[in-house]
Design a protein around this ligand. Sequence first.
Ligand SMILES: Nc1ncnc2c1ncn2[C@@H]1O[C@H](COP(=O)(O)OP(=O)(O)OP(=O)(O)O)[C@@H](O)[C@H]1O
Ligand SMILES: [Mg+2]
Length: 255
Amino acid sequence: MSQIITMHSYRGGTGKSSTAANLALLLASAGRRVALVDTDIQTPCLDVMFGPAGAPVRRSLTDYLMGRCEIEDAAAPARADAGHDGLFLVPARSRAAGVNEIMGRGYDVGLLREGFDRLIDSLALDVLILDTHAGFNNETVTAMASADALVIMTRADRLDLAGARETMALARRLGCHRLSVTVNMVPDGGIGERLRGEVESAYDTRLTAVLPYAPEMSVLAGERLFSTAYPQHPLVTGYRRIISAVSNGTSGIRR
Ligand SMILES: Nc1ncnc2c1ncn2[C@@H]1O[C@H](COP(=O)(O)OP(=O)(O)OP(=O)(O)O)[C@@H](O)[C@H]1O
Ligand SMILES: [Mg+2]
């Protein structure tokens, strides 16, 4: 049975893409066939995280949505040093696919869902991970609606939490019953009971994982993925916790 995992956050910069990339890598290293789709057409990044520096993207999600290729043509094995055969990447944009074109011309949103399903079939995937643009644009809402498991990323910050009610209302309307909430970038010492309570009551769910702020990530400067460089780090333990919650269906437990 294949599974679609969608990463979401109300505000930008919460760690969706880094987490998506590391979850994909960890799942692939456990022998699962995984594809990662960058639906963040406005501000893509997965091609940079996985690609060799400066390597041109030949085909992308945008090329598919513009009718220039099939979705399968936009999926390429992730870079060799990821070290796993069963890991594929669909970048958001190629050089030929400018953001102005897709924003100006628009596209048939139904193609997105169709493309996700086609990828699962043609690549015989166990897991499809959808990285999204923050907030609620067309691609993000479609990715949320397609999710078997919605992974919500937040910081323990009032600005981020201000979006919780809207996110939860939309998730409910879209029928996302299996959702998990992860707090990222928590400084040393953990989250504290009061803050944990605030986050859990904002999302009306128990937290799946509390991920530490890892200064090592900025030292890596995006040159390697975190779980490859620091496999024993508590942050990677947190990534594994998300995977097991999402795979066991233990996420989204009501308080
Ligand atoms: N646990 C962490 N500790 C330290 N830095 C982190 C952590 N998680 C993510 N980061 C850093 O925070 C920045 C934002 O992360 P990322 O791009 O993954 O967020 P995002 O939610 O995908 O952002 P956007 O909404 O812009 O797409 C990156 O520089 C990343 O390296
Ligand atoms: Mg991102």
